[in-house]
Ligand binder design. Structure first.
Ligand SMILES: [Fe+2]
Length: 274
């Protein structure tokens, strides 16, 4: 056997080599990066830039590139800008459709093709040195989120060093779980300090998409670079997988319901023939 061959768990695992290879990396590392579909990605970025332009016009501010937003937006305005842009992006479903298409390859390989999608994806704008933009360390599954979800995270600027999402990779997570008890009793600051040496900041450029396992601890620390961070995160899950606190039709919308599912939902048994 060559080193490139992948051992499948059972003879009934019919996934193809590419999918198995991507799945193995995702499972081992807790995340996977690949190129976005550029055509759709650029549509997403244009929508964000246009919404940012509207905000700066509405509040008589200078318009800058996304990277330089901190030259126009103060720390205390960061959240207002974020909500304004989310309102603009998620009015209809065009942005959602383009988001799905920009990351379709990684979503189909890791999650499937009959899907539901988060109705209101999350926008992160982390201005340099803004403590308000910190996302404390957490795993979404600690708060009622289904472990069947795939979080697809797209940067709209190049992210390096403290601009990056950090994660506790799976091997380190598994080791820390074995070693320590009671970590979840710590405050998020204490937990961050406790895990700091084992965290990985994931560098990623505009043009790529990151899929990560949100059952692993992750977050954003203070952006200590001279560039504003912009990214969107959006959850996808197999339509028929279990829903926990975030319900289908509320938090998640079905986006690729296949014909057999549609027909199955409408099936009527001929009871009066019996
Ligand atoms: Fe999260």
């Amino acid at each position: 056997m060559t080193s490139h061959e992948i051992i499948t768990p059972t003879s009934w695992d019919f996934r193809e080599t590419e999918e198995l290879s991507m799945s193995n990396t995702y499972e081992k590392e807790g995340f996977l990066i690949e190129s976005a579909n550029k055509q759709y990605l650029e549509l997403l970025k244009k929508d964000i830039e246009n919404a940012y332009l509207d905000f700066t016009r509405s509040y008589s501010k200078i318009n800058t590139s996304l990277e330089q937003a901190h030259l126009s937006i103060s720390h205390s305005e960061s959240n207002e800008l974020r909500l304004f842009i989310m309102q603009a992006l998620f009015k209809g479903t065009n942005f959602h459709r383009n988001y799905y298409n920009s990351a379709k390859h990684i979503i189909h390989n890791l999650c499937g093709n009959e899907l539901s999608m988060q109705k209101r994806p999350g926008l992160s704008i982390n201005l340099p040195n803004n403590l308000n933009d910190v996302l404390p360390i957490h795993a979404d599954t600690w708060n009622g989120v289904s472990p069947f979800e795939l979080n697809v995270w797209i940067p709209f600027v190049d992210c390096s060093n403290t601009m990056c999402l950090y994660i506790l990779k799976r091997d380190k997570y598994n080791r820390r779980i074995k070693e320590c008890n009671g970590l979840l009793k710590l405050s998020s600051d204490e937990l961050f300090d406790e895990l700091f040496d084992d965290l990985t900041w994931i560098p990623i450029e505009y043009g790529k998409v990151l899929a990560f396992d949100q059952s692993l601890p992750h977050g954003f620390s203070v952006n200590e670079e001279n560039i504003s961070h912009w990214s969107i995160n959006c959850r996808f899950k197999g339509l028929h997988t279990p829903y926990w606190d975030k319900k289908l039709g509320e938090y998640f919308m079905p986006i690729t319901v296949k014909n057999c599912t549609r027909m199955g939902m409408n099936y009527q048994h001929p009871d009066n023939w019996i």
